[in-house]
Design a binder for this molecule. Structure first.
Ligand code: ADP
Ligand code: MG
Ligand code: MG
Length: 247
């Protein structure tokens, strides 16, 4: 479903990703772990098409299409969802407005009809309930004054509403308490565990992987995947650290 070959990405003149290879088949959850500064967030930005992250080589195929040839909004409409390490705040725009406009923009791009207001509200309420987020919070401005846990639950609500084919989630577990971690893990499983969908879960720690069991674990170091294994690799890393596992 996602096939990355020899991906090279530079920020400014500085090469960050240096020939990254990674394939995630439909129906699988893959985790990427790696030390600070390895290029994990750069990978998610490059997949999203963020300006400033220049692809200088390699290919990315998403669901049979050339992902790198698409604009960011086309990537989203094609079913790619990105969860960011640092969610943006949008004062003056409520969660409901933001989510409804995001969803309808994608539907228009795909040539589908917009969802009616009533259907949208119903869907938004269901997702908020499932994530343990009071539905009233959806009336507040996007992420403004949200706690770390609320931001991540809100991101899962967004994912539940968008129903993407593939999610790249960057440190979705950072700063979460145990209850939020569990809710987010359950959200990922409920929304994305499907034979037609795939997930790339970027994480520093193994604890989210207790809830979302990965099919494969990859270690990203200095801009490349340097080691891959099954879920046990994450446990090994937690126990022994990067230096020892990569030695
Ligand atoms: P990780 O997410 O694995 O911690 P990042 O992808 O955030 O790593 O960063 C990888 C490297 O790229 C770091 O050395 C970082 O300083 C650099 N980098 C990433 N984004 C930028 C940017 N916008 N400007 C300058 N350097 C950047
Ligand atoms: Mg980091
Ligand atoms: Mg990062």
């Amino acid at each position: 479903m996602l096939k990355i070959e020899n991906l090279q990405v530079a920020v400014g003149d500085k090469p960050i990703l240096k020939g990254l290879d990674l394939t995630v088949p439909a129906g699988e959850v893959h985790a990427i772990m790696g030390p600070n500064g390895a290029g994990k967030s750069t990978l998610s930005y490059a997949l999203g098409g963020r300006p400033g992250y220049e692809v200088t080589g390699g290919t990315v195929e998403f669901d049979g299409e050339d992902l790198l040839d698409m604009d960011p909004h086309e990537r989203a409409a094609a079913g790619l969802f990105l969860g960011f390490q640092y969610p943006v705040e949008i004062p003056g725009v409520s969660m409901l407005q933001f989510l409804r406009e995001s969803l309808n923009a994608q539907r228009r791009e795909r040539g589908e009809e917009e969802l009616s207001g009533a259907d949208f509200i119903k869907r938004a309420r269901e997702q908020a309930n499932a994530l343990g987020l009071p539905a009233d919070m959806l009336k507040r401005p996007v992420n403004v004054g949200f706690s770390g846990g609320e931001k991540k639950r809100a991101e899962m609500v967004q994912m539940g509403i968008m129903q993407p084919k593939f999610a790249v989630l960057d440190e979705t577990d950072s700063g979460l308490d145990i209850d939020a971690l569990k809710a987010v893990g359950e959200g990922i499983n409920r929304i994305m565990r499907d034979p037609q969908k795939g997930v790339l879960l970027i994480t520093h720690y193994q604890r989210l992987l207790d809830y979302v069991k990965p099919d494969r674990v990859h270690i990203l170091s200095a801009g490349k995947i340097v080691k891959s294994g099954d879920a046990d690799l994450a446990l090994e890393l937690e126990r022994d650290g990067y230096a020892e596992v990569l030695a």
